[in-house]
Design a protein around this ligand. Structure first.
Ligand SMILES: [Fe+2]
Length: 367
């Protein structure tokens, strides 16, 4: 048998099995994937990891359940964000009923667990970036507002503004919005017009609160006055406005785009700190970093043993999160997916966070 070949009929699978092949990788660019892929379906492997648990470890079904619920909510909310933007670009009003219902589901989930939804919504597919970014910014803003002690009512308002923060993109030409490369100066001028002000007609019938309007109109403003659309500076920016700029940049940096790979969270946060106080508010950026923790959910980390895992739960000890082990960097091969609670593996430790692109790992397939 050759190393790579197309399976064109069911009998081919029988032949593969008879030939004793224990491991296959499905290249879904060549054809259909299996019907209902679960997180492990694109990589079927007979190899197992070499890490030895220090005691018997069982995977925590509660974490898996939360990951799956978050994933479902992100998918559903992204479709609603897509519909809302589609409606507005077709000249209709913002569907506030759909907005409020989505916000309510997101705030409820963040209230129960502030980490999982935030981590899951960061993992995006390139094509749906615009809509998934709305959902991710909504989840992050909700968690940030909760962390800073805002009231439930205020959190609802902030969350609503966050889901609609890029509503102006409904009027941005698609060739600019989805351009697979750097924008020219002229295109960037048009792109910047998506950042609407309080006076824009788009928001006339939305009945948005002041805090929601702060998110929508200030997420591209900067403390030094070099932001847009109005170039507000210093005290002209509200706390919520400054929070929205931090969240918006963090999500954009750590997301995969058509023209760039996703930055690893700690690299993004380090850069963001270096942009303080001109581009971002220093005190709020520090609080944001504290909220996310050392290894935010959704980060990819390399362990001392060479295993690679995705952080799926911060864990009780900040440096020893719960991981989903997916890869062996020494052998450069995938391994049987399994949970590893690092607090129960004292001999194992995190060597460093890594970027998914360094091992060509498609995060969306594993979380
Ligand atoms: Fe924006």
């Amino acid at each position: 048998m050759r190393n790579q070949f197309v399976l064109s009929e069911a009998n081919d699978i029988v032949k593969v099995k008879k030939a004793g092949i224990k491991q296959i990788t499905i290249d879904i660019s060549k054809g259909l994937d299996v019907d209902k892929p679960d997180s492990t379906s694109t990589v079927v492997t007979a190899r197992t990891s070499t890490a030895k648990p220090d005691k018997k470890i069982t995977s925590n079904p509660d974490i898996d359940h939360r990951l799956q619920s978050s994933k479902k909510l992100v998918a559903k909310a992204s479709q609603i964000a897509k519909k809302i933007l589609g409606d507005v670009s077709a000249g209709h009003e913002v569907d506030m009923e759909a907005t409020e219902s989505t916000v309510s589901q997101i705030t409820q989930m963040i209230d129960k667990d502030p980490h999982t939804l935030v981590g899951v919504s960061r993992i995006k597919t390139k094509d749906e970036y615009t809509f998934m970014h709305c959902v991710s910014v909504c989840a992050l803003m909700t968690a940030f507002a909760q962390y800073l002690g805002y009231s439930k009512e205020e959190i609802d308002e902030i969350s609503t503004g966050a889901l609609l923060h890029d509503i102006g993109k409904a009027l941005t030409p698609l060739e600019i919005l989805n351009k697979p490369g750097k924008l020219t100066d002229e295109e960037f001028v048009i792109m910047k017009q998506h950042a609407v002000t309080r006076e824009t007609k788009l928001l006339d019938n939305c009945g948005l609160s002041e805090k929601a309007l702060d998110v929508v109109s200030m997420h591209h403003e900067r403390p030094d006055g070099k932001g847009y659309p109005l170039g507000l500076k210093g005290d002209e920016l509200t706390e919520v406005g400054k929070m929205s700029a931090i969240v918006d940049i963090y999500d954009a940096l750590t997301s995969v785009r058509v023209y760039k790979s996703a930055w690893e969270p700690s690299e993004a946060l380090k850069n963001m700190l270096s942009w303080c106080p001109h581009q971002l508010d220093t005190a709020l950026t520090q609080k944001f970093i504290k909220m996310l923790g050392v290894y935010p959910v959704g980060s990819l980390v390399l362990l001392k043993s060479g295993l690679v895992g995705i952080v799926i739960e911060p864990g009780e000890k900040m440096l020893r999160p719960v991981l989903k082990i997916i890869y062996n960097a020494n052998g450069r091969h995938y391994v049987e997916v399994k949970q590893m609670d690092l607090s129960k593996y004292p001999k194992e430790s995190i060597k460093q966070p890594i970027s998914p692109s360094s091992y060509k790992i498609e995060m969306a397939k594993f979380i």
